[in-house]
Design a protein around this ligand. Structure first.
Ligand code: HEM
Length: 441
């Protein structure tokens, strides 16, 4: 460990940091600039948090990976979705057992297999519609985020005889209500939709209790019931799951198709792999996903360049000493540690020519040579994404069905511009023209 240095960073401004972010053209460009100028650990003004320490050096990220607390002020906007405490910031003693139940369901093969057929049918509905577009461009982002909302509704509320598609829950009603809740227009319509969603979860809980499916490890509500979770916390979990799973998985797929449209040689290799593994079949089964190794590399590289969740944050729970490539720093307990996941993925010390789309960065050999924390699309440590495994299954199967059937071409003259919202969004969607392809085509 070297001498402890003050954490470098720009001059203090009276506007709380908003001006510097807007001058840079957004938070990501601001982060890239700060880390290029000051190194892998930077002190900066973050609106809403006062001062924060941003970390783009994977080796320092690793040293912070055990922090198990988020700064409440940055996540206060999610409070209205929760009745039993904001799930993003509940304390470690409550969060740990909750996380374990979620992981058991979301990361477990039984739940992936159980929902796989339904997921494929939902993707095929979109593909049918796109197939009939007759040469008109289709709005990838809009259609694919709607698709991932349908998938997660089926997943979070579905179940044998009591879920989405049954007389207990109508999928369209749930999807519509959730869209209203997310629309951001505070008001009675939003409250009515939230009430409707909560009462829907209650009806599913009641039906589950009656059908005695509580111990089914592949069923989210069943697993939460079996773990003794209160009804309010179950309602919150469904709401937060829908929020966390919906736009993220949708944009992971739309950014991937965007990149493939601009790299036809990579798209050709994906198509050849799909033809080899699936033959004349139009959709994979669960076991096929393991064979689609190049597709997986393409998806990972796309989430490096366009991470659906571009930022994270923690609050240091004790005084810490961070040993980085540029120096050793102390941060006191209570410091907001900011994670610029996007800038981490563009760190030139770990990613040569970081702006280039190169799926071969994700061969097993290349991965083994890199710090594990250089690639963090699902975050890190005890607050990382519990849905990572499920998201990969959803995204891979969606891409497999769509790329087996279609070729994607960008619309000439349409500029695709990333903007940072709750997820990494494309400002005016990603319109593309789809044309059918046959095996070997
Ligand atoms: C490609 C799709 C997805 C991406 C890129 C993504 C990314 C992320 C990121 C970056 C975080 C914050 C992690 C951190 O602070 O270290 C997060 C949290 C979370 N995600 Fe995801 N996510 C995706 C899909 C999903 C899905 C499908 C689900 C559920 C089925 C899900 C559930 C969650 C939950 C519950 C949290 C909160 C974690 C906690 O506080 O314990 N996500 N996700």
């Amino acid at each position: 460990m070297g001498n402890v240095l003050p954490i470098p960073g720009p001059e203090w401004c009276d506007d709380g940091g908003a001006g510097a972010i807007s001058d840079a053209g957004g938070l990501h460009l601001h982060q890239l600039r700060l880390h290029a100028e000051y190194g892998g650990v930077v002190r900066f003004q973050l609106p809403g948090a006062g001062v924060a320490v941003s970390v783009s050096d994977p080796l320092v990220l690793e040293q912070t990976a055990r922090i198990d607390e988020r700064p409440a002020s940055l996540f206060a906007f999610l409070e209205p979705l929760c009745e039993a405490g904001n799930l993003q910031v509940i304390g470690a003693e409550e969060h740990g057992p909750w996380r374990r139940v979620l992981l058991e369901v979301f990361a477990g093969r039984p739940s992936h297999e159980r929902h796989f057929g339904e997921f494929v049918s939902l993707v095929e509905e979109v593909a049918e519609r796109w197939g009939g577009a007759g040469g008109d461009a289709v709005p990838l982002q809009k259609d694919l985020t709607a698709l991932s909302l349908r998938m997660i509704c089926a997943y979070a509320l579905g179940g044998v005889g009591v879920g989405v598609g049954s007389e207990v829950v109508r999928a369209e009603d749930v999807v519509d209500a959730f869209e209203v809740v997310l629309s951001g227009d505070d008001g009675t319509e939003q409250q009515t939709s939230l009430d409707y969603l909560r009462s829907t979860v209650d009806r599913v809980i009641a039906a589950r209790e009656e059908s005695d499916r509580g111990a089914d490890r592949s069923d989210l509500i069943g697993a939460l019931l079996a773990a003794g979770t209160t009804p309010a916390r179950i309602r919150d979990t469904v709401m937060v799951t829908m929020l966390a799973a919906h736009h993220t998985t949708g944009v992971a797929v739309s950014w991937t198709l965007h990149l493939l449209g601009r790299h036809p040689e990579v798209a050709e290799r994906v198509a050849a792999e799909l033809d080899r593994v699936l033959g004349e079949r139009s959709a994979p089964d669960y076991g096929d996903l393991r064979e689609l190794t190049y597709l997986e590399m393409v998806l990972k590289e796309s989430m490096r360049l366009y991470p659906p969740g571009p930022y994270g944050a923690r609050e240091a729970t004790e005084d810490m000493v961070l040993d980085g490539a540029d120096g050793t720093y102390e941060i006191p307990a209570g410091t907001t540690v900011f994670y610029p996941f996007w800038a981490v993925h563009m760190n030139p010390d770990h990613w040569p020519e970081p702006a280039k789309f190169v799926p071969e960065r994700f061969t097993p050999e290349a991965v083994a040579q890199r710090s594990r924390f250089a690639y963090v699309p699902f975050g890190l440590g005890p607050r990382s994404c519990e849905g990572a495994g499920l998201a990969m299954v959803e995204a891979q199967l969606t891409l497999a069905v769509l790329l087996k059937r279609f070729r994607f071409r960008p619309v000439a003259g349409h500029e695709v511009t990333p903007v940072e919202r709750f997820v990494l969004w494309a400002a005016d969607d990603i319109p593309m023209v789809v044309t059918p392809r046959a095996v070997g085509d």
